[in-house]
Design a protein around this ligand. Structure first.
Ligand SMILES: C[S@@+](CC[C@H](N)C(=O)[O-])C[C@H]1O[C@@H](n2cnc3c(N)ncnc32)[C@H](O)[C@@H]1O
Length: 273
């Protein structure tokens, strides 16, 4: 996410021990979000554009790229009447869309930035099956076996201890539950992600490289801004076109890739919810 003045914090990140890194990210997100009270931003991801355009409500069209990233992350997982957790829900746009369209019985959006959680509770307080809480992905504030489905979109690159995060997800997921994950990483670290999942006890149901769809999303925004059809300020990362070009280049050149994975925590008879 170089495009969000992350240069300000990368030296601090590079020089910090893992535990300190979480604090650095928290301060950075709190600072970013403290300027957003009256803004229209509801998503903080790069988006995804599939080859077919799934049907959306007209009011959701403006957020198509972001919503499609949530759709591809969830894959075939049914959320109807389920207890669901969104880890690192950010500005809550994904959780809000899912709470309306996928009809979970309950959906908890959790983020470690108190400022972001305050905004989400203010914006989406009227949605009956949705609430937002403060919490750390590496120390989830929930009892064991709490959720049927857990998802996590474009956030795990911030976590200092990826394996601690995975163990926490496994702990709070019910037996037979599903975990849907997506994020970008360098090609090298992506190579070991399957082992990380399996070492935690998850079974991999599907693992897909979705870099092309993410690139289509980034390209579409870049093109729309260049042609004057979109004001870069309408997208949280669209303002700085030079940095946007760098990100596109990194994905297109193969230095960075974006994957999504559907995982299952087998129950005693080995089936998935
Ligand atoms: C790039 S944003 C993605 C937000 C959202 N999933 C979306 O797609 O719009 C990353 C989010 O991760 C959150 N985050 C970073 N580290 C975290 C941690 N250790 N525990 C919980 N949330 C964290 C940040 O506060 C931020 O809201």
């Amino acid at each position: 996410m170089t495009q969000w003045d992350i240069e300000d914090i990368t030296p601090a990140l590079r020089d910090s021990p893992p535990d300190r890194r979480n604090q650095v990210w928290r301060n950075w997100y709190d600072r970013l979000v403290s300027q957003l009270d009256d803004s229209d931003y509801r998503f903080m991801n790069y988006g995804y554009l599939g080859l077919e355009s799934p049907k959306l409500e007209p009011s959701d069209e403006a957020n198509r790229i972001f919503i499609e990233l949530y759709q591809v992350t969830l894959g075939d997982t049914s959320l109807t009447d389920k207890d669901v957790l969104d880890i690192s829900s950010g500005l809550g746009g994904g959780a809000y869309w899912i709470s309306r369209v996928c009809q979970p019985s309950s959906l908890v959006g959790m983020d470690f930035s108190p400022e972001v959680v305050r905004l989400c509770n203010k914006w989406y307080g009227g949605q009956h099956n949705l609430r937002f809480v403060v919490g750390d992905a590496e120390a989830l504030p929930f009892p064991d076996n709490s959720f049927d489905v857990i998802y996590n979109v474009e956030a795990s690159h911030c976590y200092a201890n990826y394996d601690v995060f995975l163990r926490e997800v496994f702990r709070v997921l019910k037996a037979g539950g599903a975990f849907c994950w997506s994020d970008f990483q360098s090609r090298t670290s992506m190579g070991k992600i399957e082992t990380d999942f399996e070492n935690c006890g998850f079974e991999i149901v599907s693992l897909d490289d979705i870099t092309d769809g993410v690139l289509r999303s980034l390209d579409s925004v870049h093109k729309a801004i260049s042609e004057g059809k979109l004001d870069g300020k309408q997208i949280i990362w669209g303002n700085d076109t030079e940095s946007l070009q760098d990100v596109i280049q990194e994905f297109a050149g193969g230095g960075r890739s974006y994957h999504c994975c559907n995982l299952s925590k087998k129950n005693s008879i080995g089936s998935r919810i």
